[in-house]
Design a protein around this ligand. Structure first.
Ligand code: GLY
Length: 434
């Protein structure tokens, strides 16, 4: 088979690895925005272009005629790359623009859950004018303000993190409204966040293991929000979740799959990534993404034992129920090395090197470019290391040893995947629920 992959971060690096591991993958074509040497070495054709240029992607795809495409990042999905490929007869294991609203429109998703009576929504309102905003926000107590549309992870402002008072939150909501015509104000949840990603073929929903991401830049969950500094999973469930939490989150993904079909008249095909939070009395939905999480892809795909090409094909054909999708019963810890100053004022263009990896660790390049001087940092997260082992302790040690081997102006979080940090999460949930 000939397969087209769009994107060039660490998430796409592991996607490329899993696709090319399949005996069914004869040729991998990649459309990327920079030279990621890890992906380039796996590709038969590696094209550098603008991921926002739909005409260029269409031309590249038409010239190479892949059997199917799979899209890594959210922006091309929101720009309608799947629809454009479909016009020239190339199917994708990723959602169309309309279905991708699950991620690209916060109000669409909240209204969808409300309309179809799906549990997990907060108390929320979509505003199209300033009238009643302040009163509603005060009623909620603590709020979250969500700009509509993809804002590079910067559109969601949380009270206590991004602003202190209700009035400041409402000011931000007014700015969002001016920009987009509407804005969501919702209740803030207290609890522990987790990601439940599912393969979805429009009807069948197959979960990956639950994973926890770490959004804050610095140890102890301090500092600014990032794209995600690292992730971990346990061989079974995450230790702060009950089996019922996991069932509830799965049930929400199932109901949303059915609701999307009913609402938009077309099935959602691709990765349904629920950003959930376990709260005092169950599970709530923070937001949806319509693609693999990054870094979550590194954990889930490292554990995946089933042929990823078969999964993509079954996603397109609507036959995921015919596959026995298996994940290794192991722990993984992923740690990112990021440029000094990331995310607010990151260094860019510095050369970096990596020491040979310990056994049991995989490395995935992210925001890098290969130049004549060597590998240079692109300014966003640089390189991800994934340790996989029978226990979380071993997996964490592996990832930590590997990330320490980056020579360059980078930093990373030592605490991700450590017993101490995980124990704090467990205690927080115990306190909340007892
Ligand atoms: N892990 C956060 C994201 O992929 O959006």
């Amino acid at each position: 088979m000939k397969i087209l992959l769009i994107g060039n971060g660490a998430r796409e690096h592991i996607m490329a690895e899993k696709l090319s591991e399949s005996p069914k993958c004869d040729e991998l074509f990649v459309f990327a925005s920079s030279i990621n040497p890890g992906i380039r070495d796996l590709a038969s054709i590696y094209h550098v272009g603008d991921l926002g240029d739909m005409d260029a992607i269409k031309e590249f795809a038409d010239k190479n005629r892949p059997d199917f495409a799979v899209i890594g990042p959210e922006n091309p999905i929101a720009d309608g790359v799947v629809d454009i490929l479909e016009e020239i007869g190339i199917p994708s294991a990723s959602p169309t623009k309309n279905l991708g609203q699950l991620e690209s429109s916060k109000s669409f998703t909240r209204e969808l859950l409300a309309k179809y009576d799906i549990p997990g929504n907060p108390d929320f309102k979509t505003f199209t004018s300033e009238v009643g905003m302040l009163e509603y926000a005060k009623e909620l107590g603590e709020i979250v303000v969500k700009a509509d549309g993809l804002k590079g992870g910067k559109g969601v402002h949380v009270q206590g993190d991004h602003f202190e008072t209700i009035e400041e939150g409402v000011e931000y909501a007014k700015q969002c409204m001016e920009e987009d015509g509407h804005v969501v104000i919702e209740e803030k949840f207290i609890g522990q966040e987790f990601s439940l990603m599912s393969f979805v073929d429009g009807e069948h929903v197959v979960d990956m293991p639950p994973i926890q991401d770490h959004k804050r830049a610095f140890e102890g969950d301090t500092g600014p929000n990032t794209g995600g500094m690292g992730t971990y999973n346990y061989p079974g469930n995450l230790p702060f979740l009950t089996e019922q939490d996991l069932k509830d989150a799965h049930e929400i993904n199932v109901k949303v799959t059915a609701a999307l079909k009913e609402e938009l008249g077309r099935p959602f095909k691709g990765i349904m990534y629920g950003g959930f939070i376990a709260v005092k009395d169950g599970v709530r939905l923070i937001e949806y993404n319509a693609r693999f999480g990054d870094p979550e892809a590194m954990n889930a795909l490292a554990l995946l034992e089933t042929d990823y090409v078969d999964i993509c094909q079954a996603t397109i054909d609507g036959t995921l129920d015919k596959l026995d999708i298996k994940f290794a019963k192991k722990a993984t810890v992923c740690k990112y090395a990021v440029p000094d100053g990331y995310p607010t004022n990151p260094r860019k263009g510095d050369v970096f090197t990596i020491k040979p990896l310990p056994t049991g660790v995989k490395m995935y390049f992210a925001s890098v470019n290969e130049t004549e001087e060597g590998l240079v940092m692109g300014g966003s997260r640089t390189v991800a290391f994934v340790g996989m082992a029978d226990s979380i302790e071993e997996a964490e040690k592996l990832a930590q040893t590997a990330v320490e081997g980056v020579d360059g102006p980078v930093f990373y979080r030592k605490d991700i995947g450590t017993k101490e940090l995980i124990q704090k999460r467990v205690e927080m949930m115990e306190e909340l629920r007892n």
